[in-house]
Design a protein around this ligand. Sequence first.
Ligand SMILES: Nc1nc2c(c(=O)[nH]1)N[C@H]1C(S)=C(S)[C@@H](COP(=O)(O)O)O[C@H]1N2
Ligand SMILES: [Mo]
Length: 411
Amino acid sequence: MKLKTNRRDFLKSSMMVSLASAVGLPIIYASNFPDRLTPVGLIDGSIPADIIGKSPFLTVLNDRPVNAETPAHLLNDALTPNELFFVRNNGIPPENIDIEEWTITIAGESAEASKTYTLKELQTKFEHHTYNLTLECGGNGRSEFNPPAKGNQWSTGAVGCAAWTGVRLADVLKDVGVKSNAVYIGYYGNDKHLSGDANKIPISRGVPIDKAMESESLIAWQMNGEALPLMNGFPVRLVFGGVPASCSGKWLTKIVVRDQVHDGPKMGGQSYRVPCKPVAPGAKVEDKDMCIIEKMPVKSLITYPKSGATIQLSDQLPISGKAWTSADRIQKVEYSIDFGENWQSCTLEDGSNKFAWQTFNASIKFPEKGYYEVWARAEDADGERQPIILPGWNPKGYLNNACHRIAIKVV
Ligand SMILES: Nc1nc2c(c(=O)[nH]1)N[C@H]1C(S)=C(S)[C@@H](COP(=O)(O)O)O[C@H]1N2
Ligand SMILES: [Mo]
């Protein structure tokens, strides 16, 4: 037996643990496994997600920066468990975080003053609030665009809904004082730029001041009753529902109140912006013709069963899913088993608050044996409905809210 553990031993044992949980069985001869090999059961092109403190069932798209998404059938919970919540990093998360020392500064030309709070002060000075808020990356669904769009090839899983606890951003901004000419807020976190250049910032985005002042806009330190996972912004982050998740700054250290649209990295150019007017697929669009994405479109996912499920003709198939919108609520979800020719209503639950996703259910009887697809389509209180096929092509592949489909075999 070896007395000294080194990094390779650690990696090996963590791979064995993740393999064991992936196959649901113990690895009997794990201690014999050669150092230089990766377990073949894990060679599927992905990196074990438990290395980043997440479930091994996440699909890891990249490891530098870390980007990992949740398979649709693992989003069936009312609230997405922390270990299953997707990760979208633009840089390298901070290390050696001391929460006692953590501070958040409010400043900017449209703040009445510049004020710094320790995290502790925020937690003691302001009222706590918990909201169930859906976060979705603006690039979720990018992989379906044609011609393909550059960037992480998210399928459907850059979305999740958690119970976020913190203080209202509005309460903190009011404590500092906001000038009447304020139009936007911008955030800064202390993640590092991929280049290693300490003067560069990976991302600094924000929201219009009205959005910042909404009741559901939080500075949050808890997710589902626990401290935030490091990958989701530990120890504290912004959370906004209804806008691209890129607005929800992680590892939050500073908020600036701006008298103009915030101009931090990834606010301009082609980032998180779409053509102001529709363009032909593949078109090159100049930066000046691009507009900031200010809300996420109505969308839904079928989270039960897993695509590819088999069912007996004599049985009814229960389906379940989640629907969300930037509008007040989802008002209808329908499903189709005949490729969109006919639609039936699902039952729909209310969300606990605005921006919480809503659960829908249905029970389906198929007419005969064969291959089917179940499609789901949500409509929100503004009357906006998901498109059946891809919505408007855009250079960076944002805002794909096409109907989700699952395959079903009836035997
Ligand atoms: N500081 C910081 N905040 C950030 C990011 C980042 O890279 N750094 N990524 C943004 C993007 S693009 C998204 S989609 C969400 C993802 O949040 P999550 O990783 O908790 O799911 O965080 C946003 N906040
Ligand atoms: Mo994102």
